[in-house]
Design a protein around this ligand. Structure first.
Ligand code: FES
Ligand code: FES
Length: 727
């Protein structure tokens, strides 16, 4: 125990406790200063926890609090305020450097330290200084521009204006609101550290949950002994599969996945869950989760989809190692191949990809005063998560509420309801608020990944580049569980033929179980892998034909008249050919520039090349075509919109208000909104597949239009009454 005094954002504070605890933990848990974030496992890898220590940017996760006695700490909360933003905070807003905002406090603090030392930093210097701060959303360009602009402001200069959105032909947008530069509705709270993400929420009497996970990729659980874990300090509850009050599965989200493995069941991947431990502190919960004793019988494992299919490999699931399959047959393949002058065979392979949202999977669960099990969770699908949680808890859906706070990125990875169910299970029993936050290592092991594909192409083409036949075989690795992987074969094959005319197609895809991490949803679900292989194959073909890659694609591009290999013509909005034509001048300029560079650097090992690839993408999802949103004129005259389009940094809240404001013909500032709370907002459908702006935005537009008509009708009635009643 030690007593440590230091200045925190200009105020003297005293910490009493273990001097070895990290400054980050003390700031967040003891002083409720949650601007500094934790995005790695406190290993100094992400920079999200940066604070100023006597004017120097430091990673607060690496500093024992005992080291800051008598020193001055400034966090993002102390740098500026809503009323008086620091130039960096202002510039981050104006230059669009804030998306999910999870990296933003650390990024701004690191930039502030740089500008304290160097008021005119070069771009290289900015890059070096921010090199340890990871951002998953922005691509860094806007951040660098914002730092340069802030530096100029602080020197009393006028920075260049931020880029404005324009039509492709250079005309500015003419609509009053849509297409105009607009401050994100959540920007100020994100640059000041005021935004409260799930892991920032602290409630009186809150407990912490941790998960006991399998260290083996494949094993049978023989015995689970929780007695020593239950005796550990601070432990409140240890839960296993037998404690699940409803169903120990994820219903139809993931056909074969348990919530927790029970004795006799198998764990099928590293990180598969066996128990949930709840304790007074996070450290106690994690220590006790490690102390749960699980006896395993190790089973053979594979991470390779081909090996999983071999007759000698044992089934990973009772029904065998093929989760699902899909086939597309169009025309007569072998005659089409016979009409070709050239045949090409290729094989391409992709690997598991991790979303790496800076915010890790986090849930805060509690029973509210009406006995509703409430989950504050970074999830892309609050209504789905509610229903799957209700299923697992054996509760009617109306006794479960899911609230989505600001989210630190998702990229498809936060569609998985598992963390919400686990958080709910913990809160269900202890009847106190509980926070479950994955570690980064857990997130890597146990969250869904992008499916690896092994793709074998055999294509035929005539000498003039006309494609004839496509023979395609794809083995998609869905890892240990379904996790929506059963839809993958369809997506893989539709993308696998691309936006091109084929005389005949014979394509088959299997989604295969292995003992890799469960593969699930990731942006562009199922599509980029096949597009990558197809476009590389077309480049190989162009090379063999001695043909320009753009001309090869133009020769075969679908247009509105063609029947696709799916058996129907493309939608009327399809304009792949026009798209290719429009890039032609840019492509040719890039080729000329590369040639010039290579000529000038002929005596060096460096060369430049130009890449070209096309794609088509299945937008939206099948299922319930309804997509409701609601609009309200409140008694106090405010206008409010209710919809479910969780904002994980892509800006859906702002977009919906833009649409509403444009429809109503009033400024965005006049509007209020509630987004993604299952007790307050309608189920606007899934948040993914690039559908939100079109579908939910369409619903918001209709709600706004209906409300406007009703307001006008009411105003007309009032006006008539006044006129008829006036003397
Ligand atoms: S660097 Fe400190 S939490 Fe990642
Ligand atoms: S805005 Fe940087 S991680 Fe999201």
């Amino acid at each position: 125990m030690a007593e440590i005094r230091f200045l925190l954002n200009g105020r003297e504070v005293t910490y009493v406790g273990d001097p070895g605890r990290s400054l980050l933990t003390v700031l967040r848990e003891d002083f409720d200063v949650t601007g500094p974030k934790q995005a790695c496992d406190g290993e100094g890898e992400c920079g999200a926890c940066a604070v100023l220590l006597d004017g120097e940017a430091v990673r607060s996760c690496l500093i024992p609090v005992g080291k800051v006695a008598g020193r001055q700490i400034i966090t993002i909360e102390g740098l500026g305020s809503d009323e008086r933003l620091h130039p960096l905070q202002q510039a981050f807003i104006e230059y669009g450097a804030v998306q999910c905002g999870y990296c933003t406090p650390g990024m701004i603090i690191s930039a502030a330290a740089l500008l304290l030392r160097d008021p005119r930093p070069s771009r290289r210097r900015i890059l070096e200084e921010l090199g340890g701060n990871l951002c998953r959303c922005t691509g860094y360009h806007a951040i660098i521009a914002a730092v340069e602009a802030a530096a100029a402001m602080m020197r009393g200069e006028t920075p260049p204006p931020p880029a404005l959105p324009y039509h492709a032909d250079g005309r500015p947008y003419s609509a009053p609101i849509i297409g105009k530069r607009l401050t994100r509705v959540d920007a100020v709270e994100k640059v000041t550290g005021r935004a409260r993400y799930a892991e920032d929420i602290k409630m009186p009497g809150m407990l912490y949950a941790a998960i006991t996970r399998s260290p083996h990729p494949h094993a049978r659980v023989l015995r689970i002994d929780t007695t020593s874990a239950e005796r550990m300090p601070g432990v409140v509850k240890v839960l296993t599969a037998q404690d699940i009050p409803g169903h120990n599965d994820l219903d139809d989200y993931s056909l074969d996945e348990h919530v927790l493995a029970f004795p006799g069941d198998s764990v099928r991947m590293i990180g598969d869950a066996v128990a949930v431990v709840v304790a007074e502190t996070m450290e106690q919960a994690r220590a006790a989760a490690d102390a749960v004793q699980v006896e395993y019988e190790i089973l053979p494992h594979t991470f390779d989809q081909e090996e999983a299919l071999s007759p000698n490999f044992p089934p990973i699931h009772a029904g065998g190692n093929i989760l699902d399959s899909y086939e597309i047959h169009f025309g007569e393949l072998e005659p089409a191949m016979a009409r070709a002058d050239l045949h090409l065979e290729t094989q391409y392979e992709t690997v598991f990809l991790e979303h790496s949202a800076l915010e890790r999977e986090t849930v805060v669960g509690y029973w509210d005063e009406n006995e509703v099990l409430t989950l504050i969770a970074g999830t892309q699908e609050p209504h789905w998560a509610r229903d799957f949680t209700a299923w697992a808890m054996g509760l009617p859906p109306e006794r479960v509420r899911v609230i989505t706070p600001p989210m630190g990125g998702a990229f498809g990875g936060k569609q998985d309801p598992w963390p919400v169910i686990a958080g709910a299970l913990a809160a269900y029993y202890v009847r106190r608020p509980v926070r479950l936050a994955y570690t980064r290592h857990e997130s890597f092991n146990a969250s869904p990944k992008r499916h690896p594909y092994r793709m074998r192409y055999r294509i035929g083409a005539r000498r003039d580049g006309t494609l004839t036949g496509l023979h395609l075989r794809i083995l998609a690795n869905t890892g240990a569980y379904d996790s929506a992987g059963r839809w993958i074969p369809q997506y893989a094959l539709v993308a696998g033929g691309g936006p091109y005319r084929w005389e005949a197609v014979d394509a088959v895809c299997h989604a295969i179980y292995t003992n890799g991490p469960k593969a699930g949803q990731m942006r562009g679900f199922g599509t980029p892998q096949s597009m990558f292989a197809l476009e590389c194959t077309l480049d190989e073909l162009a090379e063999q034909l001695g043909m320009d890659p753009l001309e090869l694609r133009l020769r075969n591009a679908l247009d509105g008249q063609t029947t696709t290999f799916l058996g129907y013509p493309p939608a009327e909005t399809f304009a792949y050919r026009e798209c290719l034509e429009s890039i032609r001048p840019h492509y040719q300029a890039a080729l000329a520039a590369a040639e010039e560079y290579n000529r000038r650097h002929a005596n060096t090992p460096w060369r430049r090349g130009v890449g070209l690839a096309g794609m088509w993408y299945r937008f939206g999802k099948s299922g319930d075509p309804r997509c409701p949103a609601e609009a309200e004129l409140r008694e106090d005259g405010t206008l409010a919109f209710y919809f479910s389009a969780p904002d994980y940094g892509q800006g859906t809240s702002t977009v919906m208000l833009q649409i509403a404001a444009e429809t109503l013909g009033i400024p965005v500032e006049y509007l209020e909104f509630v987004n993604a709370d299952t007790s307050l907002t309608p189920d606007s459908g899934i948040q993914g597949a690039s559908r939100s702006t079109y579908w939910v935005g369409g619903a918001v537009h209709q709600a706004a239009r209906t409300l406007k008509e009703q307001i006008f009708a009411m105003a007309a009635r009032c006006w008539r009454r006044r006129r008829t009643s006036s003397p």
